[in-house]
Design a protein around this ligand. Structure first.
Ligand SMILES: Cc1ncc(COP(=O)(O)O)c(C=O)c1O
Length: 386
């Protein structure tokens, strides 16, 4: 039988990543060294107290039933953490748990956008910001970010008619892949702009716990008026090394959160209780570990960005996230060709900037997912590139 796919599937090509994966497998099969800086999965372990909580919960057969919602202990752990860490007061009606921000992003536009409604997303930016609302039929309009403006959205760059047409805007700082953090005033201006043009704000708060040089990671919701206009995703993936556990929360405006829950209740029966216990342990016991880990990321950042600069690359120090972002040193080469060339010649693999949007062309992204010894080896290997 001829299996005919929907037109929708045309937008879901694996493209460059499939090709890079093949190159990686080939090199590994030849027994050659590979330094893979593409994956945004922390190499750090989940804390022992989280694993113990999981083991205990996993032994109880009651925890295998549909959870049908968050346990009160989880709500308390999250509300306490939001208050102590960010100074934000929330309650159960401001919270929707979800199996990761990635999945949340895939669904977040459904309750708010009719087909054709405009959603503004950053370029460069994390791909699901566009892909998610596009699945809901929204019209994606990219807002360009400029290195000269430190990749901070300048609201004055959004044309009046685009602002008037927009239903939702997605922002996220510190921003993957460009690694810059937004100043407090940016959020103030954003909220005023959102009110003026009646645009819903969605902030992806994936990296406020991984922020460097004394910068303060904040929640968008800590700004006056934020709860009136928007919501944010708060994922435990990166702060607590729980990428595989799939746990995140949509937090903020009660009507938006309630509608998101109503939409998801059509197919979601609640987080696996074992995962809920993992989240409770992380949120209640993790503060000190989160801080220490951020320091380790900063040491890696110093080494990697500083090391590439010594090699002549243009790679500023990341201000936050678990990544680094640099201009490709080879003149006139596109980011995909450069990534392939660098990998073939040195075994160092990074992500082409073009995969984060047209404005990412000319750049590459490195994940800070290896220890310092491995970063030193990779720098040495990259030093032989010509
Ligand atoms: C900006 C951003 N948002 C969301 C995610 C995915 O988070 P989760 O694991 O909660 O789906 C990532 C993962 O790299 C990310 O970089």
């Amino acid at each position: 039988m001829d299996i005919v796919l929907s037109q929708r599937m045309e937008g879901y090509e694996e493209g460059v990543f499939q090709a890079l994966n093949e190159m990686l497998k080939t090199r590994l099969s030849r027994g050659e060294k590979v330094y893979d800086f593409t994956v945004g999965t922390p190499d750090f372990e989940a804390a022992l107290y989280v694993r113990e909580a999981v083991a205990k919960a996993a032994a109880d057969p009651e925890n295998y039933k549909y959870s049908l919602g968050d346990m009160p202990e989880l709500t308390k752990a999250l509300t306490d953490r939001y208050e102590s860490r960010y100074g934000v007061k929330i309650s159960a009606s401001n919270i929707a748990s979800v199996y990761g921000s990635q999945e949340g992003m895939a669904h977040v536009a459904f309750p708010f956008c009719n087909p054709g409604d405009v959603v503004l997303v950053p370029d460069p930016g994390y791909p699901i910001f566009s892909m998610g609302p596009a699945m809901a039929g929204a019209k994606i309009v990219k807002y360009d970010l400029y290195r000269e403006k430190n990749y901070i959205l300048d609201l004055a760059d959004i044309p009046e008619e685009t602002a008037r047409a927009a239903k939702m805007i997605i922002v996220s700082y510190p921003l993957n892949p460009v690694c810059t953090a937004a100043p407090y005033d940016f959020y103030k201006d954003l909220i005023a702009w959102a009110k003026k043009y009646q645009v819903l704000v969605l902030h992806d708060n994936a990296y406020s716990d991984i922020i460097f040089d004394g910068r303060k990671g904040i929640s968008f919701l800590s700004l006056p008026g934020a709860m009136e206009v928007g919501v944010e995703f708060y994922s435990l993936s990166k702060s607590y090394n729980l990428t595989g556990a799939r746990v995140s929360f949509l937090i903020g405006n009660e009507k938006m959160v309630g509608s998101f829950k109503r939409f998801r209740s059509q197919f979601d029966y609640g987080l696996f209780k074992v995962v809920q216990y993992a989240a409770i342990a992380a949120l209640t016991l993790g503060d000190e570990d989160v801080r220490k880990q951020c320091e380790e990321y900063q040491r890696r950042r110093d080494l990697l960005c500083g090391g590439f600069r010594k090699l002549g690359w243009d790679m500023p120090d990341s201000e936050g996230t678990m990544f680094a972002w640099g201009a490709i040193p080879a003149k006139g080469m596109g980011s995909v060709d450069f990534v392939k060339d660098l990998f073939e010649k040195t075994g160092v693999l990074c992500t082409p900037g073009i995969s984060f949007g047209a404005r990412g062309e000319g750049y590459v992204r490195f994940a800070l997912n290896h220890d310092e010894a491995m970063i030193r080896q990779a720098l040495e290997a990259a030093g032989s590139y010509s």
